[in-house]
Design a protein around this ligand. Structure first.
Ligand code: SF4
Length: 122
């Protein structure tokens, strides 16, 4: 069965842009509310092992739509393009949101807004 997944990426957890939020609480809140089928935190999706992670996750066809909360969504797509292509996963099925410099509550709200936007309006 196809699933909706959420990945959180935080620049290794050392970047000041992610210091105002508790990334684990962000993940837990969305998990508890079952807004997506799975949630994962990756330290650095734009690194080589991030590409491998995306490829392994998406190549199996079990994900219907992937949400990524991290840095600028346009930059995300540029950085993930090769991995998505290699996995055969359309960019159309990836939606990103920038959560840098947000508090835990702001990040949760921004991700909820992304997830709840109808497909046709993404
Ligand atoms: S994908 Fe974005 S948030 Fe993640 S490590 Fe790279 S620059 Fe940082």
């Amino acid at each position: 069965m196809a699933k909706r997944g959420l990945l959180l990426c935080v620049c290794q957890g050392t970047c000041p842009s992610f210091q105002k939020m508790n990334i684990f609480e962000v993940a837990n809140t969305l998990r508890r509310e079952k807004l997506v089928d799975y949630v994962a935190i990756h330290p650095q999706l734009c690194a080589r092992d991030g590409d491998q992670f995306l490829g392994t996750l998406l190549a199996g066809g079990g994900t219907d739509h992937l949400y990524v909360a991290a840095c600028d969504p346009t930059m995300q797509l540029k950085m993930f393009r090769d991995a998505l292509r290699e996995a055969g996963f359309s960019e159309e099925k990836v939606s990103g949101v920038d959560i840098r410099n947000m508090s835990t509550e702001q990040a949760v709200a921004a991700i909820k807004a992304l997830i709840q936007v109808p497909e046709a309006e993404r």
